[in-house]
Ligand binder design. Structure first.
Ligand SMILES: [Zn+2]
Length: 322
């Protein structure tokens, strides 16, 4: 071995015998960027938020991400707690191997070499992850997916993403495109979807779809998916129709999921999961009623809420230095 046991660069990032206590994590969303310091065991210490302000265009958003991260890396070092690495959970199509943000419809960037760019700016190891898959990693290691050999992480948010988690790792497939549960066609010829198809799961069972469909049918804008859930108790027939259809469609998608993947668990997250038993009880009943030969997965709600992406980014960063 001709390499020295410890390089000068490595020595710069180690503040004592035990090494740094934190990684820096950023989760970039359409409205806000969440940031925090994450310990090796997945505890989130400090959290900061900054507006994404996508209306400024992709270049400005990328600059905000880099500036925000650089400020936090410098502040941590100034506090005597330099970070071991930094992890980023990003929206859209992400190549986690090369660290490239391939495309984000939300922010509008294309082929941004985030790994290279942020590595040069921050001078620490950089992990680039997809926001939903990073959330899946966090749920797998410290959340509702703990102890599962194979689970599906299904955040029902503005749209529907998804991650197939096998032994704590997101399984992507050779094209890096696996886990897009939101675009399973469950109602052929149904509602048009932004992906170009008709009848996709996301058009019925995302929090965004439930809210939008209610707003359109009832003529009352600014109603959230949880408001629709609350209106079920008042006997609101429009809320009842849209909610029941969301559950029915989702149970069809989960039956397909059970047939294809045989997961032991489905971890349901996102805004719609905050409805709790109002969603999960009828969903479990619908799935059980439709199943024939299937071994059905356990249905559970996610445990980490909207911090899953941030925690996952921090854990992915730890993987680089552990
Ligand atoms: Zn679609």
């Amino acid at each position: 071995m001709s390499a020295p046991e410890q390089s000068a660069e490595a020595a710069d990032t180690v503040d004592d015998a035990a090494g740094p206590a934190y990684t820096l994590a950023l989760d970039v969303g359409g409205t806000g960027i969440k940031a925090g310091l994450v310990t090796r065991d997945g505890t989130l210490r400090c959290t900061w938020r900054r507006a994404t302000r996508i209306e400024r265009g992709p270049e400005a958003v990328i600059a905000t991400i880099a500036d925000f991260a650089a400020e936090l890396v410098e502040a941590a070092a100034a506090d005597g707690t330099p970070v071991a690495a930094a992890g980023f959970a990003l929206p859209g199509i992400i190549n986690e191997q090369t660290g490239v943000g391939v495309f984000s419809a939300t922010v509008g960037w294309r082929d941004v070499p985030f790994g290279e760019l942020l590595g040069a700016r921050l001078a620490v190891p950089i992990a680039i992850g997809h926001d939903v898959r990073a959330g899946g990693v966090a749920e797998a290691r410290i959340g509702a997916g703990r102890g599962s050999a194979r689970f599906v992480f299904l955040p029902l948010g503005t749209s529907i993403g998804g991650a197939i988690m096998i032994d704590g790792v997101a399984n992507l497939g050779p094209h890096g495109m696996g886990g897009e549960f939101g675009h399973i066609v469950v109602r052929p010829g149904g509602l048009p979807c932004g992906c170009g198809l008709h009848g996709c799961l996301a058009q019925y069972s995302s929090a965004g779809a439930v809210a939008a469909r209610y707003a359109e049918a009832a003529g009352t804008p600014n109603v959230g998916a949880l408001d629709v859930a609350a209106r079920l108790a008042t006997g609101d027939p429009i809320a009842r129709r849209i909610w029941d259809e969301a559950v029915d469609v989702l149970s069809d998608a989960l039956l397909t999921t059970a047939a294809l993947l045989d997961p032991d668990r489905v971890v349901v997250g996102g805004g719609l999961a905050e409805a709790g038993a109002t969603l999960m009880t009828p969903l479990g009943e619908a799935l059980a009623a439709k199943a024939t030969y299937h071994a059905l997965p356990e249905l559970v709600t996610a445990e980490l809420g909207d911090l899953a992406g941030c925690l996952g980014a921090g854990l992915l960063a730890w993987d680089l230095v552990s």
